[in-house]
Write a protein that binds this ligand. Structure first.
Ligand code: SAH
Ligand code: SF4
Ligand code: F3S
Length: 443
């Protein structure tokens, strides 16, 4: 088959992982991946519903895809347009109403059907298909073996979330929390390492509540799994994301002390520093409990760098509440962070709470928070100058002859380097720093 496919991914790392799995299935059918949407016979948008902006962007992209489909039709070429991911789950039958030219829509738990669906549309057996079943069957039972794309691979070990933070759509789009069995994860991990990965990033919406069964049907925690994964020869770096503060246990903290392959970086979202806001968010931790977890992690590994997500302007957030958030930042001194204005999501409890915060106030608070976060991030990056760091090169740099990669702290680093260093971990001397990246020289 001389056909091409194009996938555009929105949202979190779980979606990046899912897109990679879909790409592999389409390749098995003989299709080739392209980065040019205009030349693709199959176009897939893997979507995110987390904030209004992300979700709405999909519909403008779909509109553009329809125009391209019409242009291609005039040249006698067919185009299949598919939508997958969290917007499909959230919008369900609405998606085909809002974008009637969409050929198929598969929810995040159903994308394992992509091969069968595309084949059947090619053969005109089916014209429209929507599948948003919230199935008990695990999609992982239907996916073909995974294969590495590069030096760093994502590996989904847990999916869904039972936390029901009052602002968040994830429990509704990804369903209840499900952990993959230990052996299944280990097999995929070994396979990813055999096919070229030296770094694995274990994924879950609430990854540290992982509780997969081992061969004997005994439930094991994330710390157990990390220890097993660390035994894989050829694997050099391990990360896991995203963790929930209340579920960080002592076993996991010990891993940060004892596992050399575990990177000294942890993304541990707090969302807000105010106890009353945390309570309204239905988070199972207070500010002090969170700070205590960070303290324990720093005791286990004094070199650990922390990162977090923040939401400003949650309903009822006062100036005092916001100051508490800034206080957390000043205490933890995050080396990286993601911050967002609260976005009202239909169907979530917070969307109908009283005292919604004005857009203007949200904007001001976000600016203040980001200025502070960027100060700490820049400071940390500047302190890296002069150090020698192991960097995993992952892709081409902006200029010819350059590669970009990641330090153990997830800092983006670019350096003059030959393509032969791609997907390898290389010693680099850091020679420059900005807020978002480092510059270095390969030793
Ligand atoms: N499971 C992860 C990630 C969830 S989504 C976790 O629990 O941390 C990623 C981030 O998006 C969240 O951490 C939160 O900061 C942000 N987010 C989620 N819902 C949001 C909303 N309604 N408005 C603004 N930001 C939101
Ligand atoms: Fe959403 Fe909260 Fe679950 Fe994270 S922990 S996915 S923010 S409900
Ligand atoms: Fe978005 Fe779904 Fe991930 S809503 S953040 S793609 S789990």
């Amino acid at each position: 088959m001389d056909k091409k496919f194009f996938i555009k991914t929105f949202g979190c790392q779980m979606n990046v992982y899912d897109s990679h799995r879909m790409a592999k299935m389409l390749e098995e059918m003989g299709l080739k991946e392209t980065t040019l949407q205009e030349e693709a016979d199959v176009v897939v948008f893997n979507t995110c519903h987390i904030r209004e902006k992300a979700a709405e962007k999909v519909f403008s992209d779909l509109g553009r895809a329809y125009l391209i489909k019409q242009e291609r039709q005039e040249q006698g070429k067919d185009t299949i347009i598919g939508v997958t991911g969290c917007v499909v789950q959230a919008e369900d039958t609405q998606i085909m109403k809002r974008a009637p030219y969409v050929d198929f829509a598969l929810g995040p738990l159903r994308y394992f059907r992509i091969k069968e669906v595309v084949e059947s549309i090619f053969q005109q057996r089916e014209t429209k298909l929507l599948d948003t079943e919230f199935s008990a069957v695990s999609k992982f039972d239907y996916l073909p073996e995974n294969k590495a794309k590069g030096g760093c691979s994502f590996l989904a070990i847990q999916e869904g979330c039972n936390n029901f933070c009052t602002y968040c759509v994830v429990p509704y789009t990804r369903g209840v929390e499900v952990s993959r069995p230990i052996e299944e994860v280990l097999n995929e991990a070994r396979r990813l390492v055999e096919t070229g990965s030296v770094e694995l990033n274990l994924l879950g919406q609430n990854v540290n509540s992982y509780h997969g069964e081992d061969k004997n049907g005994v439930e094991r925690n994330l710390a157990y799994l990390l220890n097993k994964i660390a035994e894989i020869d050829g694997l050099e770096r391990i990360r896991y994301t995203t963790s929930y503060p209340a579920d960080v246990n002592d076993d996991l903290i010990d891993c940060h002390k004892n596992l050399k392959k575990l990177m000294p970086y942890l993304h541990l979202p707090i969302q807000s520093g105010s106890d009353s806001i945390l309570k309204k968010m239905n988070r199972r931790h207070t500010k002090d409990e969170y700070l205590r977890v960070v303290e324990k992690l720093k005791e286990a590994n004094p070199l650990i760098g922390m990162s977090s997500d923040f939401i400003v302007g949650f309903p009822g957030e006062s100036d005092k509440d916001f100051q508490d958030t800034l206080d957390v930042v000043n205490r933890v001194k995050y080396i990286q962070a993601f911050s967002f204005k609260y976005s009202r999501r239909p169907g979530t409890p917070a969307s109908v709470m009283d005292n919604q915060v004005e857009e203007k106030v949200k904007k001001e608070r976000l600016q203040i928070l980001q200025d502070l976060l960027f100060d700490y991030q820049l400071k940390f990056n500047q302190e890296s100058v002069g150090k020698i760091m192991p960097v995993l090169f992952e892709g081409d740099g902006r200029h010819k002859g350059q590669l970009t990669g990641r330090t153990p702290y997830m800092q983006n680093l670019y350096a003059k380097a030959d393509n032969s260093l791609l997907n390898k971990i290389v010693s680099v001397k850091v020679t420059g720093a900005s807020t978002n990246s480092l510059k270095g020289e390969v030793l």
